[in-house]
Design a protein around this ligand. Structure first.
Ligand code: ADP
Ligand code: G6P
Length: 461
């Protein structure tokens, strides 16, 4: 069996609580399969030379970690400027938040070239290479230019927007052309795949040549949807361990007379946090029986704080939570407990289980693993209800959740009320269907099906 080489911008640090779908999903998988995980070390060298960086190779059990330092100028242009200042907002349909600067694109290309150069030196001829996410779209093209003939797959963890939105990126043709250097490109949903298909047919006159194969620029790429899952069993085991049970007990005790609602997100504008908070205010206004009885626990982990739009969303959220607590709270009850932090992973299942309703209401999301974690953590005899945005990739698979349009404050408040009132039988039915689906399409299914498809595919250069 070929050695697996995974490449992603961010590597999971086993000593820290992980936030972010990619780090959580891949950490466990690589441990089991062995191989190499190549990525940014997390270190920014203040006076380093652009396009250069030291590579640190170490062993973490069965996994070889190859960690690359970046100089401040490269990191700023590649990560803050292009990946998170252009690709993240545009791919999440937020053209209003995108800042196009040619210097940032230059840094993005330079860092992808640096990744390619350093990676080439570590590769064996039959390694299977799996590249992840929007930071590294042109990496295969750079590797091919250096003579790499290995099979290379790419998985996009975030949404792919429709052609008309993608086309707002000044370098969109270059970016999309780079996808044709891969043997296999994976998307989260059928909707994303359809956007890819429309784009390449309209902008690159690509032809379909067989099942899910697209031909353009003298090469053929296979493109398919592989919705990412979680490790359900592992998460449930975590839920049985001491820390999760303690968290469950203390949370239930502290809020013994309340119905709890939970939100767990990175503090990101794509997560729709202000919209969610406004829907909760509407719930308290429209359905006053929830005053004194419903409490929303919102945990938002700090994320990308050096990007302006993130500082703005933090201020907006703090002010909204403050005003709702000020308007509705009293000595006995505060409607919202807002925490700007990352919860230890081993406590998460206990927290989810203590809550009657989860609010997973992003304005746009590649998949959203919190939705799946919440379902996995529930007591099957008395499960909580998932309120899920129709704009999360997870909505394609999780139709038994209460699907909402997060822009519709009133409709979302109604759905939350429905969730709080739902009879036990209906909760059990919906939960059983959701649990069965996330078990069938778990993270092992995702990994297996992507890698099998990649092993079988070969691009015709
Ligand atoms: P994204 O990848 O955009 O961050 P996902 O919902 O797909 O969104 O994945 C987020 C992952 O990070 C989940 O595993 C979730 O449990 C974890 N996470 C997110 N926010 C927090 C938080 N505040 N505390 C602890 N874990 C978090
Ligand atoms: C999302 C992205 C990942 C990213 C994670 C955390 O899950 O798809 O690629 O690693 O967010 O964001 P950060 O910028 O901290 O790596």
């Amino acid at each position: 069996m070929s050695r697996l080489v995974v490449v992603s911008n961010r590597l999971a640090d086993p000593r820290k609580p992980a936030a972010g779908g990619l780090a959580v999903a891949l950490g466990e998988t690589l441990k089991r399969t062995g191989g190499v995980w190549f990525g940014w070390s997390g270190k920014v060298v203040e006076d380093g030379t652009p396009g250069e960086g030291a590579l640190h190779v170490s062993q973490a059990g069965s996994v070889t970690l190859a960690e690359l330092d970046l100089c401040a100028e490269d990191h700023d242009a590649y990560y803050r400027g292009y990946a998170n200042g252009v690709l993240w907002p545009v791919f999440h349909y937020r053209l209003d938040l995108a800042h196009f600067e040619s210097g940032h694109l230059g840094g993005y290309r330079r860092v992808n070239q640096l990744f390619a150069r350093k990676l080439m030196a570590l590769l064996k001829p039959d390694d299977l290479i799996w590249i992840h996410d929007y930071h590294l779209i042109p990496l295969a093209a750079e590797l091919r230019a250096m003579g790499c003939g290995n099979r290379i797959g790419f998985f996009l963890h975030i949404p792919l927007p429709p052609q008309q939105i993608l086309a707002a990126i000044p370098s969109h043709e270059w970016l999309m052309r780079a996808l044709f250097a891969y043997d296999l490109v994976g998307f989260q949903t059928e909707a994303d795949l359809l956007h890819f298909s429309h784009y390449v047919k309209a902008e690159a006159t690509a032809e379909t040549v067989g099942v899910s194969q697209f031909r353009a620029f003298n090469s053929t790429v296979q493109a398919k949807a592989f919705p990412i899952g979680i490790d359900v069993e592992d998460f449930q085991r975590l839920g049985c361990a001491r820390e999760a049970r303690e968290t469950f007990e203390t949370t239930r005790k502290e809020y013994s007379r309340r119905r709890l609602l939970i939100g767990v997100d990175r503090l990101d504008y794509s997560k729709g946090l202000p919209h969610r908070i406004r829907a909760f205010r509407e719930l308290l206004q429209q359905y006053p029986e929830n005053r004194h009885s419903a409490t929303l626990l919102q945990v938002a982990s700090p994320s990308r704080e050096d990007v302006d739009a993130y500082a703005d969303i933090q201020r907006e959220l703090e002010s909204l939570c403050g005003s709702i607590n000020g308007d509705y709270g009293d000595f006995e009850w505060m409607p919202i407990r807002y925490m700007h932090r990352t919860v230890a992973r081993k406590r998460l299942p206990g927290l989810y289980r203590a809550c009657a309703v989860a609010l997973v209401t992003p304005l746009r999301d590649g998949m959203n693993l919190v939705a799946k974690e919440f379902v996995a953590a529930q007591d099957e005899e008395d499960p909580g209800v998932l309120v899920l945005s129709r704009f999360a990739g997870a909505a394609e698979q999780m139709k038994e959740a209460l699907l909402v349009n997060p822009y519709d404050t009133h409709g979302t408040a109604q759905a939350i009320q429905h969730a709080l009132q739902m009879p036990l039988e209906e909760r059990k039915e919906r939960h059983a269907a959701l649990l069965a689906r996330i078990r069938e399409f778990d993270v092992h299914w995702w990994c297996r099906s992507f890698l099998q498809t990649l092993e079988q595919s070969r691009s015709e250069a």
